[in-house]
Design a protein around this ligand. Structure first.
Ligand SMILES: [Zn+2]
Length: 229
């Protein structure tokens, strides 16, 4: 197989533009080396240059670095195929120690809890699921499908909710955040795989069925975590 050498600038153009596929540059994947920055300005520059995050907002230098560390992990584990939102906002934590985040319009906001990395991975999973899944608008909760579609199609949601055996497995291995709808299941699976959590094969099959992003690449990590390699 011939190796194509693609200049860094072209590669970054591809990786920062969600509308373009990265397959043309895939064989020349260059992992990002995470570098802890010593100023907020440098951390913002790192986020823009490496991930195309134009607007990064956080409360402390440590939070800025933690965002860059998480994005580096996601970028490298997906062989550079993952996309990042234009804006990431780590909001002030007013004593709420719980997972909290939202995603929409190419922006992610998370509350700066001690575990905000997990929330950020979850929200970035939604973003990449939306970019890569042809049926994403059918994967949400009932009210979301109704809001997103002229002729609402509930077949994916109904199939998901009727699959009580696998839903039990999902609740056991991923928790209740994974069970209201296929898109929440996919986001929690992506997070668990990234964390190297051992998971039953049925759940990975479901991840593929619901068009979870980068299933092929992540399958290698799934196998490693389950000691199948
Ligand atoms: Zn979610």
């Amino acid at each position: 197989m011939e190796l194509k050498i693609i200049p860094i600038a072209v590669r970054e153009y591809f990786t920062s533009n969600p509308k373009l596929k990265t397959s043309a540059v895939k064989e020349k994947f260059i992992p990002i080396i995470y570098e802890k920055q010593s100023s907020v300005e440098d951390a913002k520059r790192f986020a823009l240059k490496k991930f195309g995050i134009e607007e990064l907002q956080a409360n402390t230098l440590s939070e800025y670095n933690r965002v860059n560390a998480v994005c580096t992990r996601i970028f490298n584990i997906t062989n550079g195929d993952a996309k990042f939102t234009r804006k990431i906002d780590v909001r002030k934590n007013h004593g709420r120690i719980r997972y909290d985040g939202e995603y929409g319009d190419n922006e992610i906001a998370v509350i700066g809890t001690p575990y905000f990395e997990q929330t950020l991975i979850h929200e970035l999973a939604h973003f990449n699921h939306e970019l890569s899944s042809p049926n994403f608008e059918k994967m949400g909760k009932r009210s979301e499908i109704k809001a997103n579609m002229f002729y609402p199609d509930y077949t994916y949601l109904e199939r998901f909710l009727a699959d009580s055996k696998n839903l039990r497995l999902a609740r056991k291995f991923l928790g209740s955040y994974a069970t209201p709808s296929p898109d929440e299941f996919v986001a929690e699976m992506f997070t668990a795989i990234l964390n190297g959590k051992p998971l039953p094969a049925e759940l990975f099959r479901m991840y593929k069925d619901y068009e979870g992003p980068f299933a092929e690449t992540l399958f290698e990590h799934y196998k490693l975590a389950n000691k199948l390699l």
